[in-house]
Design a binder for this molecule. Structure first.
Ligand code: NAP
Ligand code: MG
Length: 400
């Protein structure tokens, strides 16, 4: 069989620990035999990030802007323990934060559904994709622990000399204060990413804030979404028979629990942080959650939602058998290949991505799965696979 040809490379960001091992095996078993794989390779493994003083991360993000599609392996975010373990020159920033700062944009997370791994919420028949705004609010806050009685004010000093002042509270005793912000530019690009992604996926878009209580802050999110919708996307939504649905966050939560799924749920930064963990664990497992960063500059970066699975890696180093789930990493690759194929009008590549996903799902539905899923499946006949054998089993399904 002739291998599928690619015209434009995908930016490949290699990573760390157990996922780095899976990465290599996925390429060898599931991609290279079928595709003449063209990638521009960047090694974001912590050692190489340290050697290059993290320049490699910045270069990989710039390459993503150039080519438009990247696939990323999970990477270590350094902390004090990692400083020692890898003798780091500096506590390098999280690669995801560096990449996001360059690409800007919104992270979309979608669970992979398989028969035999039923969501805890029994009416969720289709995946719910969570779109999390990745800038500002409480993640860029300024806080004060108020020591005793006194007055707190919110002050804005314009460059034009204009001043706006609002009293926050007159403290009678100790308390706490928090200042948060967001920018219209960031909210607008969040909105555009969400509307465009809804069109790409042909799914409805839900958005919710607490605008009844937060009449300026949250209301601005609501207003900007509505303006952009009417000005730029309403026509296209109508054409595709899609709905943009805005409601209050508490109403949204109640409705999500009763819904069938099959829509995109856009959330402010904090809501997205909290709700994405709820949605992903209710759908089964973090190892079954894919993630894509969609940049308003027209770039896509695909990855698994989980980390480097450190505990399994240490077992692997001791020569013990591991049963690490590679599904989300495989879907990161298939997502990137499909997008590359769509952009290049390469239908063979798109079809390959679909086939790889079907084979992965079929393998699990036939009872071959890693331990994390075997523990929660409703299938009766299950054959627990180790990390390597699971990938080989998918290859057998593909070839069949
Ligand atoms: P993790 O790698 O997501 O793993 C946490 C636990 O979840 C594992 O110990 C395992 O549970 C289970 N798990 C996660 N993925 C799995 C998979 N594919 N198959 C089977 N089980 C899976 O999180 P972590 O251990 O807290 O973080 C490890 C490193 O990853 C850290 O250095 C962190 O900085 C990094 N990280 C990177 C990213 C990213 O690159 N996007 C995201 C998160 C974390 P059991 O041990 O019970 O089997
Ligand atoms: Mg979180």
């Amino acid at each position: 069989m002739e291998k599928i040809q690619m015209t434009t490379p995908i930016v490949e960001m290699d990573g760390d620990e157990m996922t780095r091992i899976l990465w290599n095996e996925i390429k060898e078993e599931l991609l290279s035999p079928y595709i003449d794989l063209k990638t521009e390779y960047y090694d974001l493994g912590l050692e190489h990030r340290n050697e290059t003083e993290d320049k490699v991360t910045v270069e990989s993000a710039k390459a993503t802007l150039k080519y438009g599609v990247a696939v990323k392996c999970a990477t270590i975010t350094p902390n004090a323990a990692r400083m020692k373990e890898y003798s780091l020159k500096e506590m390098w920033k999280s690669p995801n934060a560096t990449i996001r700062a360059i690409l800007d944009g919104t992270v979309f997370r979608t669970p992979i559904l398989v028969k035999g791994i039923e969501p805890c919420v029994k009416n969720w028949e289709k995946p719910i994709t969570l779109a999390r705004h990745a800038y500002g609010d409480v993640y860029k806050n300024v806080e004060i622990k108020v020591p005793g009685p006194g007055k707190a004010e919110l002050v804005f000093q314009g460059e034009d000399g204009r001043e706006i002042r609002e009293e926050i509270h007159c403290f009678q005793g100790p308390g706490i204060l928090q200042g948060i912000h967001n920018t219209e530019q960031s909210i607008e690009s969040f909105a555009r990413c969400c509307f465009q992604y809804a069109i790409d996926l042909k799914q409805d878009l839900w958005f919710a804030t607490k605008d009844t209580i937060s009449k300026k802050y949250d209301h601005t999110f609501k207003d900007l979404f509505q303006e952009i919708y009417e000005r730029e996307y309403e026509e296209k939504f109508k054409e595709l028979n899609l709905e943009y649905f805005y409601t209050l966050i508490d109403d949204a939560v109640a409705r999500v629990m009763k819904a069938k799924g099959g829509f995109i749920w856009a959330c402010k930064n904090y809501d997205g942080d909290v709700m994405s963990d709820m949605v992903s664990s209710a759908f089964g497992s973090l190892a079954m959650m894919t993630s894509v960063l969609v940049s308003p500059k027209g770039a896509y970066e695909y990855e698994a939602a989980h980390g480097t699975v450190q505990r399994h890696y240490y077992k692997h180093l001791k020569g013990e058998e591991t049963s690490t789930n590679s599904v989300a990493t495989i879907f990161a690759w298939s997502g990137a290949l499909r997008k590359r194929g769509e952009l290049d009008k390469n239908s063979e590549l798109v079809e390959f991505a679909n086939r790889l996903e079907r084979a992965t799902i079929k393998t699990m539905e036939e009872g071959k799965m890693t331990k994390d899923l075997a523990l929660i499946t409703s299938l009766k006949e299950v054959c627990v696979q180790n990390s390597q054998d699971f990938i080989k089993a998918i290859r057998q399904t593909m070839d069949r």
